[in-house]
Write a protein that binds this ligand. Structure first.
Ligand SMILES: N[C@@H](CCC(=O)N[C@@H](CS)C(=O)NCC(=O)O)C(=O)O
Length: 208
């Protein structure tokens, strides 16, 4: 077995859902790491050097090697620290999970940004788009991934999609409060709601 990495450092920001995903995955895997909070208005030289292409957090640095982009980082974490696994073993099932993970980034994140940046009709349109895309995600997960049993999309233990959606729960609730909108609808997306709630209640996720 390859040697386990020795030094793990996460550059992040407290209000970033992307960083929460990486943070949660490291905690689920029991990986000890150093956390560096970035000032995004005044980015450190280290961040600019470690992520010269996008200049964004999160960046995970493992034994001096930087990895950027949250979805890439999450899959890297799963490759290096095998247990508990976030992706299924079966290649087709892995592809399905990756498809829906990408869907979250392509179809749920953009309307969230638009809700935050707009008002009136534009905000209403973005809200509707978000809610409709949540229903598509719920249906897709039910049809292709979920196997009834366990509190998570993944089953008994949280997997990649639980980490992604669960890590967005607090931010979505906050956005609902400040923007006065309803984004997470229990009656229309009950599976997603209960999995997200189960995720944030995990002791290991709630802990430091
Ligand atoms: N696609 C990236 C997005 C990361 C991202 O947007 N990070 C934000 C914080 S939530 C950031 O660093 N913003 C600083 C900037 O845009 O200059 C990922 O998945 O990691």
């Amino acid at each position: 077995m390859a040697d386990q990495p020795k030094e793990v450092k996460l550059y992040g920001h407290g209000f970033s859902g992307y960083c929460t995903m990486v943070h949660s995955a490291l905690k689920l895997k029991g990986v000890a790491f150093e956390y560096v909070e970035e000032d995004l208005q005044n980015k450190s030289e280290a961040l600019l050097r470690l992520n010269p292409v996008y200049k964004k957090v999160p960046v995970l640095v493992v034994d001096g090697e930087p990895i950027a982009e949250s979805l890439v980082i999450l899959q890297y974490i799963d490759d290096v620290w095998k247990n508990p696994p976030l992706l299924p073993e079966d290649p087709y099932q892995r592809a399905k999970v990756r498809f829906w993970a990408d869907y979250v980034y392509q179809k749920l994140v953009p309307p969230v940004y638009r809700i935050r940046a707009s008002e009136g009709d534009a905000r209403k349109k973005a809200e509707e788009e978000f809610r409709a895309n949540m229903i598509t995600l719920e249906d897709g997960i039910r049809e292709e991934l979920w196997s009834a049993g366990g509190s998570f999309i993944n089953g008994e233990k949280p997997g990649l999609l639980d980490v992604i959606m669960g890590s967005c729960h607090t931010g979505l609730k906050y956005l609902e409060d400040v923007a006065g909108v309803k984004l997470v609808e229990k009656d229309r997306t009950p599976l997603l709601c209960s999995c997200m709630e189960a995720f944030v209640e995990l002791d290991v996720v709630k802990g430091p």
